[in-house]
Design a protein around this ligand. Structure first.
Ligand code: HEC
Ligand code: HEC
Length: 146
């Protein structure tokens, strides 16, 4: 048993050495700097408190969040986003109500409550920011359904 464990850990160690040797030739968006030195061109953008919503690029796009969401927790017991965006609360909060698609499960059954597929809002909705894209994108939406 001890011998097998030793062999396994040796194999893991060796593969770590080999993969780090390979990784030297791969360049990511942050450049070829290693993790310890960090990237020297990181500019952390400040999310603005409230903004005019940036228009969607195509109809199926999850709209960007035009407000700050720092500290808004989403967990099993509580979802801060729904305290303003649910059908029960949206009027009082003057927020957009979540659309009907958010109630459908994967078999397209419409549920009485937000589907678990749509519960973790920040999986799809991110705060908007006026930033230069990291990678150029020539996507154009279909004109007829703009
Ligand atoms: C305190 C109330 C409040 C909370 C909490 C809140 N929002 Fe909002 N949200 C608003 C209001 C009000 C607007 C409308 C702003 C506007 O149209 O200018 C809005 C707009 C949005 C929009 C844009 C909708 C559209 O059609 O353009 C999205 C997406 C959104 N919120 C997502 C979220 C997410 C995700 C969370 C949780 C992380 C969240 N919101 C938490 C009040 C809230
Ligand atoms: C799996 C991805 C996904 C998740 C998770 C999700 N949404 Fe969305 N959301 C979308 C998409 C896509 C749209 C645009 C098309 C539509 O309405 O379905 C949208 C639209 C919206 C809109 C605009 C509705 C309108 O009528 O214009 C609001 C507000 C919103 N979502 C809030 C939320 C909140 C709050 C949560 C969490 C409870 C959430 N969403 C979770 C994908 C998602």
């Amino acid at each position: 048993m001890k011998k097998t464990l030793l062999l396994i850990s040796m194999a893991l160690g060796l593969s770590a050495i080999f993969s780090s040797a390979l990784a030297e030739h791969v360049t990511s968006l942050r450049g070829s700097n290693d993790l310890e030195t960090g990237s020297n061109n990181v500019i952390i953008k400040q999310v603005q408190r409230d903004q005019e919503p940036i228009e969607r690029d195509y109809v199926q796009q999850p709209p960007l969040v035009p407000h700050k969401i720092e500290g808004y927790s989403i967990n099993l017991k509580y979802n801060k986003c729904l305290s303003c965006h649910s059908w029960k609360n949206y009027k009082k909060a003057r927020a957009t109500k979540i659309s009907q698609t958010h109630f459908a499960d994967r078999d397209e059954n419409v549920l009485a409550n937000v589907s678990s597929r749509r519960y973790f809002c920040t999986q799809c909705h991110v705060p908007q920011m006026n930033a230069t894209p990291l990678i150029e994108n020539e996507f154009r939406p279909v004109q007829a359904i703009r």
